[in-house]
Design a protein around this ligand. Sequence first.
Ligand code: FAD
Ligand code: FES
Length: 260
Amino acid sequence: MKQEIMTIISQQQLAPRIFQMTLTGDLVNEMEKPGQFIHIKVPRADMLLRRPISINQINKEAKTCTIIYRTEGDGTKAFAELSAGNTLDVMGPLGNGFDVNCLAAGQKAFVIGGGIGIPPMYELSKQLKKKGIEVVHFLGYASKEVAYFQDEFIALGDTRFATDDGSFGVEGNVGNLLLDVIQKEQPDAVYACGANGMLKMVAQVFSDNPNVFLSLEQRMACGMGACYACVCHVPDDETGTKSVKVCDEGPIFRASEVVL
Ligand code: FAD
Ligand code: FES
């Protein structure tokens, strides 16, 4: 993990409130695993806490990394005002990342993303495909208007879409896509990132599969295991005192390791 002032190479808007930013710096040399995140200082003196954003793409040759984020509050809105040539104070890479070594060439992975949980699944899918693993994507958005990165995922493998309002793909959430498909095909591993409800459903649908990896989202402060702001409970904890820290023990856990 390093801290560095990274330079913005480009920033573009992909959809309403959704932005893609590419950054360059030595910190890219440290980035290996999909699913890790960077912790970015908001460029405002009155905002002390960094904001965690997942790594969407790593390009070692170009020494760049890409993030995709949705503007929520003042922190992400401040990121959206920046442009090429501006700098950001970045810590990272943080978190454990997805386990891609539990699969061998020829096996099949289901890669599931919902809303703003979709960005880290792109680097994951690229790395799985490079290992010769067959990837099937299940992507859910609120509507066609806020959908992004569809062509990029299609270029990597079979991709199925759902939208809450039915304006693109199947109507409903990603669960509707999964319930239909599991009658016909079973994956060797499942990777998911999205809202808690979606993660719960994924854990239920694939409860017999030991290789279900979920990326959890919690509000974070330090981002490196020191403050306990980001804890999540674990199963079979009769005392209610055991927990895991999402920032450094996660954000990715096997479904059996956490209570959602
Ligand atoms: P704030 O003013 O801090 O909050 C605005 C609203 O967003 C509030 O309603 C608040 O409850 C909600 N919010 C803030 N942080 C979180 C959070 N961590 N989880 C759920 N709700 C939150 N966002 C992206 O757009 N792209 C990503 O790739 C991405 N990756 C993430 C990876 C990790 C490991 C984590 C923990 C979060 C990630 N997030 C991502 C969420 C992102 O960190 C928050 O949206 C951001 O910190 C909000 O900051 P803000 O100052 O704009 O909003
Ligand atoms: Fe401080 Fe996780 S954010 S321990």
